[in-house]
Ligand binder design. Structure first.
Ligand code: ATP
Ligand code: MG
Length: 429
């Protein structure tokens, strides 16, 4: 078969001395994504990767898998031919005749220093050949360099040329798991899934923390929604851990002990504190949230600053400057949109204040928390936390209960230090 898949990367180009590291991780990710499919190992030639599929029928699945490999700019299913114009032109003509466009352009990249033509000369020669061929078949096709209906792309490499007319956009970014670990606060809504994805695309290996309350009769539990989102995001980074943190008791304490206008901000502070402990167990370098500035009351600049005060890990908010429409577009693209549309009982709408604070000061939140035994509440949340491990294997994501040893040790240490987590009883708020 003369089919070859050509894989291009872009940002890795910008890497100086680290380029080989990122390239080797990209190649490892490509191999892992395609491990169960009939393809050759990737071959690195002149700043691109080439893969030979062994079966034509597998190409759509291969392309679909490659769409999730971070670091790739685009991928094309090309036909390979000797690079001499006498062989190249008939193939370009044949492929363009299949497309039968009203207008077209030819774009050539030459990566063979000994090739007889430069890229402009090759584009002209092939453009003329294709034009004559299509017109001889009765078409009134013309050349259109700006926004053509079909572009015939040619890449000349030493000893061979690749020709294609369609390409699949890649995910971009940097290869998976090249940048250290982060813990994403994952609610089940649209935003936090997209926020986690954006940081994964920058090479972070993301673990997830979901805080859940009891399901209401009308709406289901949020836990399966969070699990489903992690399932969809795992192929991008191959392995994920999801922590499921019970939050009901913590919320009840906040409701019982603090003024209602600060509730949501205090939930956020407690979530961040619990996530910080999980980050410690994961040896993670920061946390991620799906906040988008001023999208809701808890996300005004004042409230975000008040929530973060005193927090000693970096908080990444990759959606801070994004509009909802941009976030939803990305949610659709990565496959989390439909899952986040499901109705579920998040822990946050429970006990929502009628009039939330919009311009909270950090000191106001500190004062509001005076009646809470923060450390006991953190231990309480951690003690009930369960963990699931997800792994992408043979085209499927498998999940199993995780043995979170470092978390268990952390809880044991906290209980030794502070005694068992006793919190004051609350009236059934
Ligand atoms: P999302 O769509 O991610 O739920 P949102 O616009 O609904 O975001 P909020 O509900 O105010 O905003 O939540 C802000 C951020 O706090 C979320 O993006 C998420 O990172 C975190 N968060 C909120 N609820 C939870 C939860 N139940 N579990 C984990 N993280 C949460
Ligand atoms: Mg939400």
């Amino acid at each position: 078969m003369d089919r070859v898949l050509v894989l291009h990367y872009h940002e890795i180009w910008l890497k100086g001395g680290n380029k080989n590291y990122f390239l080797s991780r990209l190649i490892a990710a490509v191999k892992r994504a395609l491990a169960d499919l009939p393809v050759s190992a990737p071959q690195f030639i002149c700043e691109r990767l080439l893969i030979a599929p062994h079966e034509e029928a597998a190409i759509p699945t291969i392309l679909e898998r490659l769409r999730r490999v971070f670091g790739l700019a685009y991928v094309a299913s090309a036909r390979e031919v000797p690079s001499a114009l006498a062989q190249l032109a008939p193939l370009a003509c044949e492929m363009m005749a299949e497309k039968n466009p009203a207008n077209f352009a030819v774009r050539a990249k030459i990566a063979d220093p000994d090739y007889a033509l430069n890229s402009m000369e090759l584009e002209r020669a092939l453009g003329r050949a294709v034009l004559d061929h299509l017109r001889a078949r009765g078409s009134d096709v013309r050349v259109k360099l700006n926004d053509p209906q079909v572009t015939c792309r040619v890449e000349v490499l030493p000893g061979k040329a690749l020709v294609y007319t369609d390409r699949v956009e890649g995910s971009g970014g940097l290869p998976a798991v090249t940048g250290g670990r982060l813990v994403a606060l994952l609610s089940g809504g649209f935003d936090s899934a997209v926020a986690a994805y954006k940081m994964m695309r920058r090479g972070a290996h993301v673990s997830f923390a979901h805080f859940f309350g009891p399901p209401s009769p009308a709406r289901g539990s949020s836990k399966p929604i969070a699990e489903e989102i992690v399932r969809v995001l795992t192929p991008y980074q191959f392995t994920s851990r999801l922590y499921l943190v019970p939050f009901d008791l913590v919320q009840r304490q906040i409701v019982a002990a603090t003024h209602e206008s600060y509730r949501v901000l205090l939930y956020r502070r407690m979530m961040a504190r619990l996530a910080r402990e999980l980050a410690r167990a994961e040896r993670a370098l920061g946390i991620i949230t799906g906040d988008s500035v001023s999208q809701v009351a808890s996300q005004t600049l004042h409230n975000l600053a008040a929530t973060d005060r005193g927090f000693d890990l970096p908080v990444y908010r990759p959606l801070a400057g994004d509009d909802k429409s941009e976030i939803l577009r990305l949610a659709r693209q990565i496959g989390t949109y439909k899952i986040s549309c499901e109705p579920f009982e998040d822990c946050c709408p429970r006990f929502m204040p009628r009039s939330p604070a919009i311009f909270a000061h950090p000191e106001e939140l500190d004062r509001a928390e005076v009646g809470l035994d923060i450390e006991a509440l953190v231990t309480l949340g951690l003690e009930g936390t369960a963990a699931l491990d997800f792994r992408f294997e043979n085209g499927q994501v498998v999940a199993r209960e995780a043995v979170a040893r470092r978390l268990q040790k952390l809880v044991a240490r906290r209980k030794n230090a502070t005694g068992p987590p006793t919190v004051a009883p609350t009236s059934g708020a």
